[in-house]
Every structure is written in structure tokens, then in C-alpha cells.
Write a protein that binds this ligand. Sequence first.
Ligand code: B12
Length: 240
Amino acid sequence: MSDKIVKELITEVEKWDGIQGRVVDIADVVNSPSYKAAVGEYWPDDHAEHTIRWLPNASSLLILAMEHPQEKPKLDWFDRGNTSGNRWLTKISKVLVKWLHDTHGIKAQALPYQVEKGGVYLKDAACLAGLCVIGKNNLLIHPIWGPNVRLRSVLIQDYLPPSTPLENFDPCYRCAMPCRKACPENALAQGKFHRPSCMLQLESDRGNQIESGQEDTEGSTHLVTAWCRRCEFACPVGTS
Ligand code: B12
């Protein structure tokens, strides 16, 4: 029965253009490498203590991946504290929460993006769910979309059978790794992602906003932050 629900759920997710979904066991997610690396950071022993309280005894997590092609840069433009890509994924998560409830009587909860607010480490969850693998650019690599993906998650109270990680997909094997040379702050030059260097570039992006091509409510030029995506775009994998 629950296999059938997962199948129906995935069909429901994939009715949206450029969206894929997979189910993962929440216990595996909170034991994944990012949680170990980030001990003490945004992750209290009792995760009910986050800004939002998780559904009690939740068992599963639905991971949503959205294709974020290069030719749609606006999806990533940061404006009024969010991006339109993230707003779109939030909307989809809420529709799916309602669908799970109305169709199967299953309680679910759309989780926030930020880990400190009760979100999960999305890359780890997407790897475990078999949507992508982690590449040498420290980003997820999707078999079709390459690193041009954005994520979101929905916590599900019932246990739903999880998907399995991808096998036989090793996109960085024998790659010359142009991603490692693409970073203007050399955040990948040592072979391991160096967060403070990446942050320098993103701070610079924040300080150098670009014109969106629209006007704000007062008729002035509307400015947005276009975050650096060079480590994404350097990757040879993907169609977008
Ligand atoms: C905080 C944050 C940042 C911070 C810090 C990033 C960091 N990695 O430390 C800053 C602001 C620097 C940043 C930068 C960027 N970010 Co960011 N970020 C996040 C956020 C909110 C949390 C990530 C985090 O703190 N991870 C914890 C650290 C410890 O993990 P980590 O460095 O990734 O390393 C762990 C994994 O690689 C894991 N791992 C390694 N191998 C394996 C194998 C398996 C099987 C598993 C399960 C795990 C695993 O183990 C490592 C720890 O030991 C997520 C959203 C979310 N809720 O998850 C987005 C997110 C990761 N960011 C994203 C993006 C796109 C970016 C940028 C390209 C900027 C941009 N244009 O938005 C850059 C890319 C930098 C890079 N090459 O990694 C996307 C990634 C999409 C993708 N294709 O992977 C996410 C998922 C958000 C989204 N919109 O969907 N980010």
C-alpha cells in the first residue's frame, strides 16, 4: 500500500515542469555527513527546539529538486529576503502537503530552507534519496541537470518506503575538474571546499547588486543580488 502512495506522490510531484521528487528516511538524513560536520551548529539535540516544531515522530522526508537552468538566472536573484525559485518550491511543497492530507489522510509539513529555522541539510538528503551525487565542486550533480538544481523538503509523518542512492553515476571520475579553477576566491583550489573564501565572493555579490530590468514601487531602478554560480557553470555535466 505505501509503495503505491510513494508512486502516486512522485507522479504528483512530477506534474510540475522541471521538478523531481524522491522519498528518504528522516533518520538517515539526520545521521548524514553534514550533520556530523556541523555538530553544534543549528542543530540542537532536540530538533523540536528549532524555530518551527517538527511533526512529532515524523518518519520520512520528501526531497524536491528543481531544475535551475543557466538561461533562467532570475530564479536565483535574491530580492526581499528570498528568491523566486525558492518561492516557487515553497508553493509546490504546500500544495503537496495538502495533497497528502486530502488524498491519503497523511500529515506532512513543508520545511523551511534554512537549517537554523528547522530545515534539513538538503544536499545530503538528495544524495540519500538517489536524486544526485556530490561532486568535486561540493555541489549536487544531477544526472540530467548537472549542478543546476535547487532543493526543498517536506516532512512526512507516516513511514513511506525510501528510494535508494544512485548507482553507477560518477560524473567527476576522469574529469579535469574545471570547477576547481572557476572560483574567483579559490574556494575549491585546495581540493576541499573552503567556506570562508566562498563567503567573500557572496558578500561581494551582495554589495554589487545588479539591475533587474524592472522598477520598484517608487519608480526607481530595482536592484537584486545575483549570487555567484561559477562553480556550477564550470561543470560539464548537464543539459542546462
Ligand atoms: C549555508 C549554505 C551556504 C553557505 C555555506 C556552504 C557550505 N557548504 O558550507 C554559503 C553561503 C557559503 C553557500 C554557498 C553556495 N551555495 Co549554499 N547553501 C547553504 C545551505 C543553507 C546549508 C549548507 C550547509 O551548511 N551545509 C553544511 C556543510 C558542512 O556541508 P558541505 O560543505 O556541503 O559538506 C558536506 C557535504 O558535502 C556532505 N557530503 C559529502 N559527500 C557526501 C556523500 C553523501 C552520500 C552524503 C549523504 C553527503 C556527503 O558532507 C560534507 C560534510 O562532511 C544549503 C541549503 C540547505 N538547507 O541545505 C544551501 C545550498 C547547499 N547552496 C546552494 C548553492 C547553489 C550555493 C552556491 C552555488 C551559491 C548560490 N548561487 O546559491 C554556493 C556554492 C558553494 C559550494 N561550491 O559548495 C544549493 C546547492 C545546489 C546544488 N546543486 O548542490 C543549496 C542546496 C540551496 C538551494 N538553493 O537548493 N551556501
